[in-house]
Design a protein around this ligand. Sequence first.
Ligand code: GDP
Ligand code: MG
Length: 249
Amino acid sequence: MPKDTSNRALRVGVAGPVGTGKSSLIAIVCRALAPELRLGVITNDIYTDEDARFLRSAGVLEPERIRAVETGACPHTAIRDDITVNLLAVEDLERDFAPLDVVLIESGGDNLTATFSPALVDAQIFVLDVAGGGDVARKGGPGIARADLLVVNKTDLAPYVGVDVALMVSDAEFAREGRQVLALSRTDAASIDELSTWVRGLLAQHRAGIHSPQDPGPMAPHFHASDNGGTPHSHDGSGEHTHLDSHSH
Ligand SMILES: Nc1nc2c(ncn2[C@@H]2O[C@H](COP(=O)(O)OP(=O)(O)O)[C@@H](O)[C@H]2O)c(=O)[nH]1
Ligand SMILES: [Mg+2]
């Protein structure tokens, strides 16, 4: 039987490539919902606490409620395979500010394939932006296809980058077999209302014990160079994390 988690905060992951607007989306949600909900934020920065500092300086939440986890060269590992540091950070935050309603967790965001482990978050938002190109949504991947919500962000920029937002959204809906897609811009109040409504609805389901975490699926196998330019390491599709070099994170 699944564990009843309805008595703790709803944990929402925010994933997606670098620069698509994950920190900005978290700031938007905090600004919109802080008056009615008790919120906390965990960021997963690669080397710095820049995302946490950005969010603190946005002034949308008490600075103490925003904490950074530094993940080293492998941000997706810390949200997917080896979630201990994140889980401890979430549990500490929930204990220090009990009771919290929602904790938002921003991934370090490195590529299209990173998704959160369902052991870390109850639901996840995957963020794309129009500047990444209108065809990104069609390329799929576990986050795009199966996150609880797909956001197509920065729609205000669409005319400048030659992207048809309606087409990008319908391509995404097709890739997601009907799962929800939200076109968002920080300049579009109606889209911000839609996002807030989605979070409220999810929280209501969580509290009622009728929301269960979905696993968008493991990372696709891939290689990437390590931080020091040394030997690449790999992840395979089983969730196993194989380092061919000896550094640890
Ligand atoms: N035009 C526009 N820019 C945005 C929007 N949301 C975020 N940005 C900008 O996109 C850049 C990256 O945003 P950030 O939240 O740091 O992305 P992250 O790396 O995914 O956390 C920043 O310069 C933001 O100001 C938006 O709705 N419209
Ligand atoms: Mg960020």
